[in-house]
Design a protein. Structure first.
Length: 390
């Protein structure tokens, strides 16, 4: 196991009855709030009214940044910075899924820099301080509620890129599983696939000696496999929604990647699909992951993939370890397709072969020439994985 520092200071307020703490938590940091949210789900669910009532009762001044898109766009960050500056706000409350939280993180850092927010994403500028952020999570998926990063899209340049700063780690996050009851089947499935992908990106590493972290990762994967289908069939099942919600935070908050090198593989490939075709992140990950595992299956990786099958899906170990590994991959594909009802080809989400080459080139370029994950993937390797996913 490698040396590491693990320090995630986000305060989690989990459960049905945590909104009573909202005003107190905000007042630890500020009193003039930017309330950021997406396309309106929080209005339909009644959460918006609840928040406004709390603001009014507690004399909390607020302005709104609304309409943040899924695959959030840099343009919304520009608008957010403008609202913050015009109103001298000192705190951001991000209410939504990963898109709203990610965009809010960029706004929190950009407000202190005299540059376009996109400069931060392309690393021309660096966040040196940020406004404090709190979140109310409405969709379990990205883990943005308990990590320091975000992913922003620039439609003009067809880029979707990650950024991160220790300063943008949320100060607190309210996680009420009941709020996720209204998440539709598609986004429930995509969220579960995203949580599993974060876990697998951290799990599929070679000879790292991080035995404990890998067993924890298997626990998170089994949690998703057990409760994902239950949440699909019974959207208001509290046990399922709460387990999935807590899994989302722990898949990516840094615990699983402690003590090992975990450069990610599937996310850089998926981000190009979302950048070029604006597809749902988790769906893209589900489509690519079994093809990625099949592509990298060789003498070096077979034990790792076989362990995954045996420990997560209960594949019976046999003399033929390659066959066991193939069964593991088939189980994963079947889980996404049959249990989570995810369309498992690029064609089904509107992606044909026309831009595969361009996307493969971009995925390699955005990762510094090649994706240096558990197995190095050059442009041609990425292209093969895309083609196998058509
Ligand atoms: O915009 P509204 O109206 O709120 O609707 C949203 C949106 O249409 C809806 N939704 C959210 N909560 C709901 C709800 N609908 C009904 N009831 C609720 N309670 O769901 C739709 C998708 O929301 P979005 O925030 O886009 O989904 P998600 O949380 O999956 O976030 C995806 C974004 O996060 C990035 C992805 O790339 C993508 O841009 N990621 C962020 C990461 C991070 N910060 O660490 C890591 C991830 O790997 C990921 O890349
Ligand atoms: Zn993800």
């Amino acid at each position: 196991m490698r040396d590491f520092i693990f320090n995630v200071s986000t305060k989690i307020l989990f459960g049905r009855d945590q909104m009573k703490n909202l005003a107190k938590e905000i007042k630890n940091y500020g009193s003039r709030v930017l309330l950021s949210y997406g396309g309106g789900s929080i209005k339909r669910s009644g959460l918006y009214d609840e928040i406004i009532k709390i603001f009014e009762e507690n004399n909390i001044f607020y302005k709104e940044l609304s309409g943040i898109e899924p695959n959030p766009r840099v343009e919304s960050a520009r608008e957010g910075v403008k609202i913050l500056k015009e109103n001298d706000l000192d705190f951001i409350l991000a209410v939504g899924g990963g898109s709203v939280i990610d965009l809010s993180k960029l706004v929190a850092g950009a407000v202190f820099l005299d540059c376009d927010p996109w400069d931060i994403v392309i690393r021309k500028a660096k966040i040196e301080k940020a406004l404090p952020i709190g979140t109310i999570l409405t969709l379990a998926a990205t883990g943005s509620e308990m990590d320091a990063g975000g992913v922003i899209t620039n439609p003009e340049t067809k880029q979707k890129l990650a950024f991160g700063s220790p300063y943008t780690l949320p100060k607190f996050s309210i996680l009420n599983p009941e709020i996720t009851y209204t998440v539709n089947a598609k986004h429930t499935a995509a969220g579960v696939a995203d949580i599993m992908s974060h876990t697998m990106e951290n799990y599929f590493t070679l000879k790292d000696g991080a035995y404990m972290q890998n067993r924890l990762a298997e626990g998170i994967l089994k949690t998703c496999i057990h409760y994902g289908p239950i949440a699909m069939a019974e959207p208001e099942n509290y046990e399922a929604r709460s387990n999935i919600m807590w899994a989302s935070s722990w898949a990516i908050n840094g615990l699983l990647s402690t003590g090992k090198a975990t450069p990610w593989s599937v996310h850089p490939m998926e981000h190009e699909l979302s950048a070029f075709y604006d597809i749902t992140h988790g769906i893209g990950l589900a489509i690519l992951t079994p093809r990625f595992l099949s592509y990298i299956l060789n003498e070096d990786t077979v034990d790792m993939i076989r362990d995954f099958g045996v420990n997560v899906f209960g594949v019976e170990p046999s003399e033929d370890k390659f066959n066991d590994a193939k069964k593991a991959i088939a189980n994963l594909h079947k889980f996404f397709e049959q249990d989570m009802n995810i369309p498992m080809t690029l064609g089904e989400v509107g992606i044909d072969d026309k831009k595969l080459e361009e996307m493969a080139e971009a995925a390699a370029r955005h990762s510094g020439g090649s994706i240096k994950g558990v197995v190095e993937l050059k442009k041609d390797d990425i292209l093969e994985i895309y083609k196998a996913s058509l």
